[in-house]
Design a protein around this ligand. Structure first.
Ligand code: MG
Length: 168
């Protein structure tokens, strides 16, 4: 068995009159994410973790913000489009963290986790979601931006399929 690990990171500015969407879940908030797409910082970090594990560069390579096709694109659409690039890999586990001062994410943790699992076609116990504040420090602590990290483990099943074929 062969496994590959990937890490993703993203940060978006928070501005008034934009939706605050994490993993496809819209959360009531006075500010939301500035972005070419819907600014789903969590989905974008997950995409970079998946692409990183597969050795497929990064989100900007596949979904450039200069491409009108992706204007306003939901995080879920981008995640599902990324899955199509991952033929031959199985997601073993995904762990995620969002860092924001506001809004408080604790009450939405289960909804976000379930939504992430759904868009990745995974069981909920294969996905984790954590929320932190930045303890008032820096731009995230001042509420100017929010960030996300994601780490994913993929199993490379391309080799095992070839191995299997050789013995047929
Ligand atoms: Mg982004």
């Amino acid at each position: 068995m062969s496994f590959r690990i990937g890490h993703g990171y993203d940060i978006h500015r928070l501005v008034p009159d934009r939706p605050f969407i994490l993993g496809g879940v819209e959360i009531p908030s006075s500010c939301g994410f500035l972005g070419h797409s819907d600014g789903d910082v969590l989905a974008h970090a997950v995409i970079d973790a998946l692409l990183g594990a597969a050795g497929l560069n990064d989100i900007g390579t596949h979904f450039p913000d200069t491409d009108e096709r992706w204007r306003g694109a939901s995080g879920e659409l981008l995640v599902r489009s990324t899955l199509e690039l991952l033929q031959g890999y199985r997601i073993v586990h995904l762990d995620t963290t969002v860092i924001t001062e506001q809004p408080r994410l604790g009450p939405h943790r289960d909804a976000i986790r379930t939504a992430l699992a759904g868009m990745l076609d995974l069981d909920v116990d294969s996905v984790n979601f954590k929320a932190k504040t930045n303890e008032g420090c820096g731009p995230i602590g001042e509420g100017v931006a929010a960030a996300s990290h994601a780490v994913v483990l993929l199993e490379d099943v391309r080799g095992s399929a070839m191995e299997h074929d050789r013995w047929l």
